[in-house]
Ligand binder design. Structure first.
Ligand SMILES: [Fe+2]
Ligand SMILES: [Fe+2]
Length: 297
């Protein structure tokens, strides 16, 4: 089916939902302030403090084993200084996206879903570094939000989505193929429509739309290829929210691998096995971060 038809169908489905969760206005303001050279850490901290959920998540994250502060950090301002302003952008956005769906009941196990998403974010960051991609935080954010459309399907199209999940258990097709067949669209187009509703920057909506066909990305094909590989990698490394979909994964045959090899001399020299081996090394850290974000203690 052609992409325009898939997007049209997604627009109808997303448009039909009246109570689509919203991203808090605080998150959008913080994103603007981080890009404003005149905004101080104090001002940004004050803005964030108006959102208690965001504040609580940041404090939990900053004191997690991943960031390992020498002493416990108890003020948001100190947390922001410790993390650096670049990280504020990623935290404001990701904590808001998680909160938007907190407490919702869908077909997917949300924790497993975010494990996959954060896993893809972290692995994207690692691949970005290897490739010499400049904005590592952007790679992280793109990885975290790439499958947003799945949460929509899980929450608002429960019955049809359950049929999709049953279908892939019985047939050797990918999740996207089953979605297209049974829903007339896929989570990529659904995610694109949500990203547009939430006014995400174009660079992110393009990745959400093309993370399963990075050759079609127009805004940032390199980052899209990074997220695509990271997604495949996490899917075969137990960060795949419950083993959804039928996945074959031969790095040498991936379009994303060719895109990166073409663009990065470091990557062109990289041996596939070594690449996978190095990513494997990072998986325990990825799992530790994910559990620190979601732990309730
Ligand atoms: Fe996906
Ligand atoms: Fe994914």
């Amino acid at each position: 089916m052609d992409k325009t038809k898939l997007i049209e169908r997604a627009e109808i489905l997303v448009g039909a939902v009246d109570d689509l969760p919203t991203i808090p206005a605080v998150a959008t303001k913080v994103l603007q302030m981080v890009d404003d050279p005149d905004a101080s850490v104090e001002e940004i901290a004050d803005m964030m403090l108006t959102d208690q959920v965001m504040t609580a998540r940041i404090m939990k994250l900053i004191n997690s084993p991943v960031y390992k502060p020498a002493q416990e950090i108890t003020s948001l301002r100190r947390a922001l200084v410790y993390l650096g302003l670049r990280h504020v952008r990623e935290i404001a956005l990701t904590t808001s996206v998680i909160s938007a769906f907190d407490g919702t009941t869908g077909v997917l196990d949300l924790k497993a879903f975010w494990e996959h998403s954060f896993g893809v974010g972290m692995v994207s960051k690692i691949i970005a570094k290897k490739v010499g991609y400049i904005d590592l935080e952007k790679a992280y954010i793109a990885g975290i939000i790439h499958d947003l459309g799945e949460v929509f399907l899980s929450n608002f199209l429960r019955e049809p989505f359950l049929e999709v999940l049953d279908y892939i258990k019985a047939h050797p097709v990918t999740l996207s193929e089953a979605e297209e067949l049974l829903l007339g669209t896929t989570h990529s187009e659904i995610g694109l429509c949500m990203a547009r509703k939430w006014n995400f920057p174009e660079a992110y909506s393009d990745i959400i739309a093309h993370h399963h066909n990075p050759e079609a990305a127009t805004v940032d094909p390199i980052l899209c290829a990074i997220v695509n590989l990271s997604d495949l990698f996490c899917t075969v490394r137990e960060l795949n929210y419950g083993g959804l979909g039928w996945v074959t994964f031969n790095l040498n045959e991936q379009v994303a691998w060719s895109i990166l090899k073409e663009k990065s001399p470091d990557m062109a020299r990289m041996d596939v096995e070594r690449f996978c081996y190095e990513l494997d090394d990072a998986i325990p850290d990825v799992k530790a971060l994910v559990s620190s974000i979601f732990s309730t203690t």
